[in-house]
Design a protein around this ligand. Structure first.
Ligand code: SF4
Ligand code: SF4
Length: 100
């Protein structure tokens, strides 16, 4: 049986349908040791996060824009140095998927 091609998905179109309830008082994810990221050669977090929460600043340090997290859970398992502390957002905060 021939494999069927998957439909193309534009992540920006999907993200546009989400609603965020951002907790400005408390981030639900953080780096356990930011210095450890400097020793991480591949920095896979820069590519496995579907919405670009992890970015490099001008000094080459990984910075976390937790407000954009869609709670996919990837960074709980995909950081090779287990350097990401991730919890669900507090009640009433986080992403809502019911808008699209
Ligand atoms: S994958 Fe983990 S250790 Fe590596 S740069 Fe990203 S957060 Fe830091
Ligand atoms: S849980 Fe998913 S969306 Fe949120 S920061 Fe981790 S990889 Fe990105």
């Amino acid at each position: 049986m021939a494999a069927r091609a998957l439909p193309e998905v534009n992540i920006d179109d999907k993200v546009f349908t989400l609603k965020y309830y951002v907790d400005e008082q408390k981030s639900h994810l953080s780096l356990r040791d930011p210095g450890l990221c400097l020793k991480c050669a591949q920095k896979p977090c820069l590519s496995f996060c579907p919405v670009g929460v992890y970015r490099l600043d001008a000094q080459g340090q990984v910075v976390v824009g937790y407000q954009a997290c869609v709670e996919c859970g990837s960074c709980r398992v995909a950081c090779p140095l287990h350097n990401i502390k991730w919890d669900y957002p507090r009640g009433g905060y986080g992403v809502a998927y019911k808008f699209g």
